[in-house]
Write a protein that binds this ligand. Structure first.
Ligand code: SF4
Ligand code: SF4
Length: 278
């Protein structure tokens, strides 16, 4: 009976994930993490060799060392670099590069003396900032101009009781005319370019654009510039490129797909950076 379900639900312990556990959590995304003190030139070279999207590259070896460059915007979380990483590359549990600028998605480590740029402070009182900026909830219109729908599956989870995006004063809306933010997944296909442009123009000012997933950030596996010929699905001529090939983008959320926690962290980070911007 439905009443039994309701009573059982009311008696059960809350499963809502606390904000502090959600922010920067990336478990399950398979995003790689570099352990600088263990990184050696042979490991860096091996990782660059196996990376199918050229997310990992190295410079020319100098004095026995080299720099490993990791572009999280191109990473599809395949785990190949972890397999050859010999402990110096492992799946990340915390991820601070969600909702940042495109250039901040690219990190460089020098073998022997690793360095990594620090992300900005995460603002946890997002609801207050949203209300201060808009005087109401933030409305998001999600747009898919070419995604495989993997990113959509994770975005859908944002509204379930476990992640509960609405607790931050953030809602999804059906019309771009009601939106403050466009959340765009997938590479932009030629067939959808006009629709993307018109949707963007329909969003009233001030508006924010967030590129989601490896495809939204860099074109992912669908952009032939990312993948060596013959390695992955890189044959489609109908791809224009990542979201920023068509629109100004305020924040990038990498991953293939990004987990719901990475999406929440990224959206809050973009809001934190652009509160008050017109
Ligand atoms: S795509 Fe990402 S996980 Fe796969 S090898 Fe490249 S950097 Fe590593
Ligand atoms: S980033 Fe990955 S999951 Fe998202 S649309 Fe591209 S291929 Fe699909």
């Amino acid at each position: 009976m439905i009443t039994d379900v309701m009573f059982h639900s009311l008696r059960s312990r809350s499963q809502l994930i606390p904000v502090e556990d959600l922010i920067r959590d990336c478990a399950g995304s398979r995003m790689p993490e570099i352990i600088p003190e263990l990184l050696t030139a042979p490991i860096a070279a091996a990782a660059a060799e196996v990376c199918p999207t050229r997310a990992i590259t190295t410079d020319t070896p100098v004095e026995g060392g080299c720099a490993l460059r990791l572009d999280y915007g191109k990473c599809i979380g395949c785990g190949r670099c972890v397999e050859v990483g010999d402990g110096a590359i492992r799946p990340a549990k915390r991820f601070s590069h969600s909702g940042v600028s495109r250039s901040e998605l690219v990190q460089t480590w020098q073998t022997g003396s690793g360095v990594e740029a620090q992300a900005g402070e995460m603002h946890t009182s997002a609801r207050d900032r949203v209300y201060a900026l808009l005087g109401r909830a933030l409305n998001i219109r999600q747009l898919d101009p070419g995604s495989c729908n993997g990113c959509e599956a994770e975005i859908t989870a944002l509204t379930n009781p476990y992640y509960d995006l609405e607790r931050f004063g953030i809602h999804f809306v059906a019309s771009p005319k009601h939106a403050d933010m466009l959340l765009i997944t997938g590479p932009v296909t030629r067939n959808m370019a006009t629709a993307v442009q018109k949707t963007y123009e329909a969003v009233p000012l001030p508006k924010l654009v967030v590129a989601v997933g490896a495809c939204g950030c860099s074109g992912g596996i669908f952009d032939r510039r990312n993948c060596p010929v013959g390695t992955l699905v890189n044959l489609n001529e109908e791809i224009i490129g990542p979201v920023d090939s068509l629109l100004p983008v305020h924040g990038y959320i990498p991953g293939c797909p990004p987990t719901p926690a990475m999406l929440v962290s990224g959206i809050l980070e973009v809001l934190n950076r652009y509160t008050g911007r017109k």
